[in-house]
Design a protein around this ligand. Structure first.
Ligand code: PLP
Length: 341
């Protein structure tokens, strides 16, 4: 099992190449931006039920967007499962994804249907999750550092070199953080904040779950992460807690899109319909990933952060998922923040 998971994580190109050779009927190439355990569980369950052979390539949301763009003239992937909603909206606007209206759409929460409407039915919400702080209470106690409670706390000198957030060029999670700060503070103050925060950041890993895994291993005290990811690490036996920022916070509508020009279009549509069912959506919790599922009939795992109890901002998905805006904000971050010593 572990061997298969590692294969999926480390050798996607090889897997996809062999799937490409056996193309035709009966296969599906899945690009997947949730954690690899869920990707593999979804692939296995769908394969068992449908007889369609599924190959998995797991990558961060920004990385899959870049790959789909690079492959636009010769698509190798059929369906993009999971990852934050903004890059899925960007793909829709750039005509990289295909319109599809599943019969299951009206079973979904409003926020998931809105994601479909905003994209003219080129993507759909499959889960939601709120952004917050992960921290290692044992490590912070040893260093005599009080945990963060507010976005503004992260600028405090007590967190010098103690915080990780992912790199927004590859990670959808990190882009949600930037868009959240811009929406809370206004753009110029937000970039002043991000520059000041840079002093306290020890690394910007590629993947959105990199920072919380560093917290779990005791390599950094604090991460900027989805709070459901802290639950995963805690259940894995690691000393990880989470907090929700006092100023309010942003959230993701994790999404799914069929890639335009998919060679296995009918199989992609079958997977899409299946992935919106309550049974398929329960696989997230079965692999210890605790987002809130988008099908109203899917069980919300008791471990999942209760979205209705969280002070969420009115995240403007249409604006921050727009191609020019997302590209501009990430480039500004790279120029003004990432380039700092
Ligand atoms: N893994 C989990 C558990 C998530 O909730 C998300 C967000 O959709 C991701 C991964 C996305 O990862 P990244 O920030 O690398 O795009």
């Amino acid at each position: 099992m572990l061997h298969r998971i590692l294969q999926a994580a480390l050798l996607p190109a090889v897997l996809l190449a062999s799937a490409g050779a056996a193309r035709a009927q009966g296969s599906l190439n899945l690009y997947c931006s949730v954690q690899v355990e869920w990707c593999q569980a979804a692939a296995n369950a769908f394969q068992r039920e449908s007889g369609i052979r599924v190959s998995v390539s797991q990558k961060g949301s920004g990385e899959v967007l870049a790959q789909i763009r690079a492959e636009a003239q010769n698509p190798r992937g059929d369906l993009w499962f999971g990852g934050t909603g903004d890059p899925h909206l960007q793909a829709a606007e750039e005509n990289l994804s295909a319109e599809y209206r599943s019969a299951a759409l009206d079973q979904l929460h409003d926020w998931a249907q809105k994601q479909a409407r905003d994209s003219r039915y080129r993507t759909v919400g499959i889960y939601a999750g709120a952004l917050g702080f992960g921290f290692n209470p044992e490590l912070l106690a040893r260093r005599n550092i009080a945990p963060p409670a507010c976005w503004k706390d992260l600028l405090d000198a007590r967190f010098r070199n103690e915080i990780q957030m992912a790199n927004p060029q590859s990670s959808g999670t990190a882009y949600v953080m930037i868009a959240t700060i811009v929406q809370i503070m206004g753009e110029d103050p937000a970039f002043e904040y991000l520059k000041a925060l840079h002093r306290n950041i020890n690394a910007y890993p590629r993947s959105g779950t990199g920072p919380i895994k560093s917290v779990a291993r005791g390599e950094t005290g604090v991460s900027i992460s989805f709070v459901h990811d802290a639950v995963t690490e805690r259940l894995g036996g690691f000393p990880v807690s989470s907090a929700l920022p006092c100023e309010g916070t942003g959230y993701e509508v994790g999404s799914m899109s069929i890639i335009r020009g998919a060679r296995n279009l009918r199989n992609a549509q079958r997977f899409y319909d299946w992935a919106l069912t309550p049974a398929a959506q329960a696989l997230g919790a079965e692999t210890k990933q605790f987002q809130t599922p988008s099908n109203r009939a899917a069980p919300v795992p008791p471990e999942a952060p209760q979205m209705s109890q969280i002070r969420l901002i009115d995240y403007d998905f249409a604006r921050y998922g727009a191609s020019a805006e997302r590209r501009r904000l990430i480039e500004r971050w790279d120029r003004e923040v990432n380039a700092l010593p």
